[in-house]
Design a binder for this molecule. Structure first.
Ligand SMILES: Nc1ncnc2c1ncn2[C@@H]1O[C@H](COP(=O)(O)OP(=O)(O)O)[C@@H](O)[C@H]1O
Ligand SMILES: [Mg+2]
Length: 254
């Protein structure tokens, strides 16, 4: 698969929460080994869109999804989809770092253990590799038994990224991963994303437009559940086609 290939896409995606139509007919393509950012004002449906991409909405009883999400050519909402395997392939990192109250090691080994890996050597290798990829290894190599709760917020977020990487995902969804972090930790996560995109397809929700402009290859602008505009990030920020996009990125609302 090359960088020009579509890894995951939506076709006429609609999401309803009871009577609320939260995502309206959104068709969007997200490219392999690229970063796509989803921007838009609070409440426009960014998190809902992201959650539809790995069927996280399944657990909300009053949520209904219509339309298609196509991963590697197959609609994930088709009958017979293995949802556990889907969520391994399409991992998610949340706004607030949410490590388990366990050791650093056990946080990262958690997913691989669930998937049946028992060999200590194999787990050791996965833990080290994942922490290195998440740019955390140098800071925790000597304290793998320490509780994850003792790490700083920025370290906890990188630990959550390592935990996601440990199950060998192909797509990683980030929902405002830096909004609880200070500027230095934010810069570390942004650097990390730039390196991760060489191997993964990344989709990031952010309300920080400078962040979207800095790190993403493509940008999608959502407004009240509708996709207003999508394109290469530089084009969206320098020459938006829609008045609403221009108003939003110049800070006239949101
Ligand atoms: N679990 C839910 N139940 C009911 N309404 C929801 C739920 N989650 C989100 N919504 C509503 O869907 C809309 C989009 O929310 P959300 O995707 O969280 O927006 P954003 O992430 O862009 O701030 C909002 O009107 C929100 O109140
Ligand atoms: Mg949100």
């Amino acid at each position: 698969m090359t960088r020009e290939d579509v890894k995951i896409s939506t076709r006429n995606l609609n999401v309803y929460f009871g009577d609320l139509h939260a995502i309206k007919n959104v068709s969007l393509q997200m490219y392999n080994r690229s970063i796509t950012s989803i921007i838009g004002p609070s409440g426009c449906g960014k998190s809902t869109f992201l959650r539809a991409l790995n069927r996280m909405l399944d657990i909300i009883p009053h949520a209904r999804v219509a339309g298609e999400v196509i991963l590697d050519g197959r609609n994930i909402y088709e009958n017979g989809t293995d949802v556990v395997e889907l969520r391994r392939k399409v991992g998610m990192v949340f706004q607030k770092p949410n490590p388990f109250p366990k050791s650093v090691y056990d946080n990262v080994a958690y997913g691989p253990r669930i998937h049946g890996i028992r060999s200590r050597d194999e787990l050791d290798a996965i833990v080290e590799d994942s922490l290195k990829k998440a740019a955390l290894w140098d800071e925790v190599a000597d304290s793998l038994d320490k509780s994850a709760m003792e790490l700083s917020g920025g370290q906890q977020q990188r630990l959550c990224i390592a935990r996601t990487l440990a199950v060998k995902p192909e797509v990683i969804l980030f929902d405002e991963p830096c909004s609880a972090l200070d500027p230095i930790s934010t810069a570390k996560i942004e650097d990390l994303m730039r390196s991760l995109k060489n191997d993964y397809t990344i989709v990031i929700v952010t309300h920080n437009m400078q962040q979207a402009a800095r790190i993403s290859d493509y940008t999608a602008f959502l407004l009240m559940g509708e996709l207003i505009e999508f394109g290469k990030t530089a084009r969206i920020f320098e020459r938006p086609c829609e008045k609403a996009t221009e108003d939003y990125i110049t800070g006239r609302f949101g």
